[in-house]
Ligand binder design. Structure first.
Ligand code: AGP
Length: 369
């Protein structure tokens, strides 16, 4: 086992640090940025159906559901196709409206999640085209899908999903961009620019991993907190949810992820000097708005840990801690901004003496309803 961990103390840490490579593996042979080409053979037969789809439904659970939320924003922005993201467990039990020709994406690391599998079967029985985004080759979900794209992140052993998440984002982004180009809903120049940015993501993730020591110091300060709040807007909203989930599952600290603007509709009441608030505030189209949200938290004496873009000169003066990550196109930002949050949950869990790779009450794949 020590050999399998490759010198890391835990599988989770190894998997976090593998991400520059796993993202590269994910686009190997698929992304040819200098020719502005995306090759996605896995969904070749249904590429046209996707272009013509009137609706996309995404079914998944947990972290994979968070990847689905990011995909919703990307598909709607670039492909102009309405997207609904569903918890597989709710979707399958509520007689959902599915029309012939609807595209249903099932996202799953393990490919064995019972609820996701059942949701796919239901969608198929109603005439939907079901496309899988799976990590485990030959898994049940990959077999039940009409077609699909593997994430190729390599085996993920830690119960807390990390590299599978960034690989899911990579695959879904590639699918959305290719569809948008063929559909004519993205300008070619923009498409090319994003492909170049996508190709550079492994380097940016590498750089984001360099925050490890700094994140560890922050973890030391907040490891005994009883609650955490995570806030983000736009593409960083699902990152906030994912950050909170990571902390909950491995450190057993109660954490909530929220869209930052929703704070004033309830969670703001929780904020006092005891409440650490992680704000993902990288430079994007909602930057000014998230700056105001930070001010709202600070006015109530919350402790703010902000994830910002490199060179941000405003936010560091307003908050308690800043973690700088390299900038990129906003649709790709989740792949980078999620890194310090993975590290934060990891270090807090280790400091609290928790079983990081096998947290209590959790299984790597949830094969029961
Ligand atoms: C993530 O850290 C969790 N352990 C969990 O939410 C997981 O993402 C969920 O069970 C879905 O699993 P899947 O991707 O294998 O379908």
């Amino acid at each position: 086992e020590a050999i399998e961990k490759g010198g890391f103390e835990h599988f989770m840490l190894k998997e976090i640090f593998e991400q520059p490579k796993s993202i590269k593996d994910c686009f190997r042979g698929r992304l040819i940025a200098d020719e502005a080409k995306l090759v996605l053979g896995g969904i070749r037969d249904y590429a046209t159906a996707l272009i013509n789809a009137e609706r996309i439904v995404i079914v998944a659970c947990g972290t994979s559901w968070h990847a689905g939320l990011v995909a919703e924003y990307i598909f709607e922005e670039f492909c102009r196709i309405p997207v609904e993201v569903e918890y597989a467990s709710e979707f399958r039990y509520r007689n959902p409206v599915i029309r012939e020709g609807d595209i249903v994406f099932a996202i799953s690391q393990s490919g064995e999640t019972a609820d996701t599998l059942a949701a796919m079967e239901l969608a198929k029985s109603k005439g939907a085209i079901v496309l899988g985004v799976c990590n485990v080759v030959g898994s049940s979900i990959s077999r039940v899908s009409h077609e699909g794209v593997y994430t190729h992140a390599g085996p993920e052993i830690g119960v807390a999903s990390t590299k599978a998440f960034t690989a899911q984002l990579t695959v879904l982004t590639m699918i959305a961009l290719k569809t948008a180009l063929r559909k004519g809903t993205i300008a070619e120049q923009r498409y090319r620019e994003i492909l170049v940015d996508l190709e550079n993501i492994p380097k940016k993730v590498e750089k984001a991993l360099k925050t490890d020591e700094q994140v560890k110091k922050i973890a030391e300060i907040y490891k005994d907190a009883r609650n955490f709040l995570y806030l983000g807007r736009g593409y960083n909203f699902p990152v906030a949810l994912e950050g909170a989930l990571k902390l909950k599952e491995i450190s057993y600290i109660h954490a909530e992820g929220y869209p930052a603007a929703e704070m004033k509709h309830g969670p703001i009441a929780l904020i006092d000097e005891e409440m650490p608030v992680v704000v993902i505030a990288t430079r994007d189209s909602s930057y000014d708005k998230i700056v105001s949200n930070i001010q709202e938290v600070k006015a109530r004496k919350g402790k703010v840990i902000a994830v910002v873009s490199e060179g941000d000169s405003l936010i560091p003066g307003m908050v308690d801690h800043t973690i700088e990550v390299p900038g990129t196109h906003e649709v790709l930002m989740p792949m980078v901004s999620t890194i310090p949050l993975q590290l934060l949950s990891y270090h807090i869990a280790v400091m609290r003496g928790c079983n990081v790779d096998q947290p209590r009450n959790l299984a790597k794949s949830v094969t029961v309803e």
